[in-house]
Every structure is written in C-alpha cells, then in structure tokens.
Design a protein around this ligand. Sequence first.
Ligand SMILES: [Zn+2]
Length: 151
Amino acid sequence: MESDINRFLRLRKRDAPQWWLDLRVCPGCEQHWLVAQEERFNDIWIMRRLSQEDASAIETQNRWPLDFDHYETLIRIGAEQGHAARFWDSREAIHIVIDLVGQRASISAAEVASLVNVSHSSADALLSQAREAIALRGYPYPWAAIEVRPY
Ligand SMILES: [Zn+2]
C-alpha cells in the first residue's frame, strides 16, 4: 500500500544524538518502519521497512538499526533523490555541520561544501567553528543555539 507517513503511529522515538529517528507502524497492515525526519536541510522523510524482529529489538531492548544513524547519510540520500536545499545564509548550516563533524571527525571542507551546498570558504569557516564548539562542549552536546561569527 501507499506509504502515508501521517497515518503511521509512532511507537518509539530515539534519543539524542539520533533525535531524528522514530519507529512507526502502519495501522492498516502492521508493517513497521524506521523513519528518519531530515527537517533541517531538505525537509524530507526517509523510511526503511523493518522486519518484526528489528522492530521488537527497538521496542524491547532499545536496539536500533544503524542505517540512518549519521546525519551525513540522510543528506546523501536526499541528494541521491534530487534534493539540494540551500541556506539563504550559509551560517544557518552550523548545527548540521556540528553533527557532520561530531559523527565523522575526519570530514573535509570539500565534503561539507558539497553536502550542505555552501562555498568552499564558507565550509572552511563552518568546519572550524563546528570543531571549536565540539572541543568546548563535547559531542553529542546538549543542544544550544550557537552564535556563529561572521565570515
Ligand atoms: Zn500498511
């Protein structure tokens, strides 16, 4: 049947740092889904069918499949489907860049530029400010607005 996300019931929500993940079930056919809500950049839903076994592991042991654990994966999947948002002000990408760096410390400015659709110089600046924020607060950090210095 057609996947209508709004009809699905949310059974579990994952905690930070993967706050974008839910376990949902279709009330019609009882198919379980791993659902990632990528709302900060492309504003899309990404879903994968789960076996009953995978769904029970989440419900009974809080053990989640790893597919959508990295924010980078969500953005790559969006890009593969033709989504490529752009921030009016590239500094708005800072929270995404913090997740990208926090989850893969070796990420390069070129990769950041291509993932969040900013110039190479903006990516450089975002990357260094994200690294600073993580050095200061750790990662995953308690969410807080970050003042991004002009660049
Ligand atoms: Zn269904």
